[in-house]
Ligand binder design. Structure first.
Ligand code: DAH
Length: 339
């Protein structure tokens, strides 16, 4: 029995030293020390050992078991250390490698133009407000003095949600919503999306953007409107532009005007940009109609106001010399990346 134990110890320790993985070591542990293992099998011979030799034999058995167990433990520690080392080597990060280029997004030309317009008006003390895109017929038309039989109300032009609710066709309803709050003086701009049942072409889209403007205070006159828009246009297009106010009609302003600027490309001589006119139309404006003011409970004996509406796409197209509005909506990153 003693010889068998010695032989097993030497053989097992040899196998343990040769083993390279945790799985191999585990197999050896089961084969030697397990319930059906070799050592356990040898121990079954204990009952045949004469009583006087039993203590000595017990010591030898324990020694053999300890040797095997400590060899296993040492080998397992070594395997773990090697595994860790290999993992660390594998996962090493070379911080000196060049970084991956992240693709950066950029602002849409519409957004760039809007931020520029907002900056100019904020600089003049205006507040930026927002109104709903899905709007009551009342705010979009009626409160703005647009009569029920006005052609703009035709289903051919306006997207109706139901009898009373539309997709706003202009940002002007925000004027009414702000006036209704009853706080005067008002200096505000209201940018946002508007919707019209238009076919897509180089100058039309069923969804585009406007920037509404409104000022109400004591003693506001057309001169204030002219001065304000002149400052605005010069800041946006350059000090050299001149403005022309052409009489026009809007139901919610009286008097009303459309405003042209001298072509900032050719300086007014006439070029492709201004279609040979020397002038470019940029907005509609006027003194807020007393009927609109009264409907919103603004005391017209004390207050007056002006309003204007700017087409954002028009500004973006002009500023960046883009000749087709569709380019703004196709979202081709090669195009958008140029601004
Ligand atoms: N809402 C007008 C439109 O969509 C633009 C406009 C004209 C707005 C004159 C105004 C204004 O505030 O005073 O055509």
């Amino acid at each position: 029995m003693k010889e068998r134990l010695e032989e097993l110890t030497v053989r097992a320790v040899g196998q343990i030293k040769a083993a390279e993985t945790a799985a191999e070591l585990n197999d050896i542990r089961v084969a030697v020390l397990g319930k059906k293992g070799e050592l356990t099998a040898i121990l079954k011979g204990m009952k045949d050992v004469p009583p006087e030799e039993k203590p000595e034999m017990g010591r030898i058995v324990n020694e053999a078991r300890e040797k095997i167990e400590s060899a296993l433990k040492a080998a397992e520690t070594e395997v773990k250390r090697r595994d860790l080392e290999a993992r660390l080597k594998n996962e090493v990060i070379d911080v000196t490698l060049p970084a991956k280029q992240n693709k950066k997004g950029h602002r849409h030309p519409n957004r760039i133009a809007l931020e520029e317009v907002e900056k100019i008006f904020i600089g003049m003390g205006y507040e930026v407000v927002h109104g709903p895109e899905v709007e009551y017929d009342y705010y979009n038309f009626e409160a703005l003095n647009i009569p029920a039989d006005h052609p703009a109300k035709d289903e051919q032009d306006t997207f109706y949600i139901n009898d009373k609710i539309v997709l706003r066709t202009q940002t002007s309803p925000v004027q009414v919503r702000v006036m209704e709050k009853g706080k005067i003086p008002i200096r505000m701009i209201a940018p946002g999306r508007v919707f019209r049942a238009d076919e897509v072409d180089a100058t039309h889209s069923p969804c585009f953007h406007q920037i509404e403007g409104m000022v109400i205070d004591e003693g506001i006159t057309f001169a204030d409107l002219k001065g304000t828009l002149e400052v605005f246009a010069k800041k946006l297009f350059g000090e050299n532009v001149a403005l022309k106010f052409r009489p026009h009609h809007f139901p919610f302003t009286e008097p009303s005007a459309e405003v042209d600027v001298t072509c900032f490309k050719c300086g007014g001589k006439g070029c492709r940009m201004c279609k040979g006119e020397g002038w470019i139309e940029i907005l509609g404006c006027g003194m807020i109609h007393p009927k609109v003011l009264e409907r919103c409970n603004v005391d017209t004996s004390r207050y007056s106001g002006f309003a204007f509406g700017i087409g954002l796409e028009r500004i973006a197209l002009l500023k960046y010399e883009i000749d087709d509005m569709r380019l703004l909506y196709e979202n081709d990153v090669r195009f958008l990346g140029q601004f």
